[in-house]
Design a protein around this ligand. Structure first.
Ligand code: NAP
Length: 252
């Protein structure tokens, strides 16, 4: 059970895309621990069951919902389902993301399009679906999960890096458009975090990456969740349009 003083989001609602595992799961748990009712989104109806169970164990409140963030109709149905349960959404975390890595000269159009569709179009569709409500309520927090490779580029990830760089532009533009309505829009850019997404990397590559991290360890999903929780809370009320890198110092 969380100490009452730590329940900084008590009474608020939050939605996290890609909340079935990895970073999204840790973010959903952190927001729920802080007192928010969290809508947890994944591609299948039962996808977030483990996350919901974890939140329930901690005495928090959450609802699981299905959505493919790349599909407009699916996002509209998601927004309607949330609106039916909660009059307003206070915190939106666009975390859903995929990789389809490959060297540029061999990268298929399908692999480029799908990564852009989920990582960038998905954030656009979900943000648009909830922006009006936040603007009308004169308050809200949007937090996009980007990546350091959106700032630095990365060989073998032209599609992924482009999608994450696009998210930076989306974040800064929305921050400018929605600021007068007291809606902040920021981006958290994780470095190398231990999740399913990075599990397949060869030991050798992992070792090479470790050598570039001043804090000398890979990140955990909880490391990223801490930054998201900060941006979602009252302490970050005057921060918007920013990129917060969470990478152990890898990309200084
Ligand atoms: P992960 O473990 O692979 O989880 C990805 C999540 O995204 C899952 O919940 C998945 O849901 C969801 N998702 C995928 N496609 C979706 C779609 N079309 N619609 C809705 N949800 C979808 O990934 P992760 O490592 O936690 O990464 C989370 C975010 O952090 C991503 O945006 C990623 O790019 C970013 N990031 C990760 C790292 C890292 O080192 N891990 C570094 C920088 C940035 P299902 O379970 O239903 O498939």
């Amino acid at each position: 059970m969380t100490h009452p003083a730590d329940r900084t989001l008590q009474g608020r609602t939050a939605l996290v895309t890609g909340a079935s595992r990895g970073i999204g799961q840790a973010v959903a748990v952190a927001l729920a621990r802080a007192g928010a009712h969290v809508f947890c989104v994944a591609t299948s109806a039962a996808g977030c069951d483990a996350t919901l169970a974890r939140i329930q164990e901690l005495g928090g409140a959450a609802t699981g919902l299905q959505c493919d963030v790349a599909e407009e109709a699916s996002v509209e149905a998601l927004a309607a389902a949330v609106q039916a349960k909660a009059p307003r959404l206070d915190v939106l975390v666009n975390n859903a993301g995929i990789t389809r890595d490959g060297l540029f000269l061999r990268m298929s159009t399908a692999d480029f399009d799908r990564v852009l569709a989920v990582n960038l179009r998905g954030a656009f569709l979900v943000s648009r679906a909830f922006a009006r409500g936040m603007a009308k309520a004169r308050g809200g927090r949007m937090i996009n999960v980007g990546s350091v490779v959106g700032l630095t580029g990365n060989a073998g990830q032209a599609n992924y890096a482009a999608s994450k760089a696009g998210l930076v532009g989306l974040t800064k533009s929305l921050a400018q458009e929605l600021g007068s309505r007291n809606v902040t829009v920021n981006l958290v850019a994780p470095g190398f975090i231990s999740t399913d997404m990075t599990a397949q990397l060869a030991e050798e590559v992992r070792g090479q990456i470790l050598q570039k991290i001043p804090l000398a360890r890979l990140g955990t999903p909880e490391d990223v969740a801490g930054a998201v929780l900060f941006l979602a809370g009252d302490s970050a009320a005057y921060i918007t349009g920013q990129v917060l890198v969470v990478d152990g110092g890898m990309a200084m």
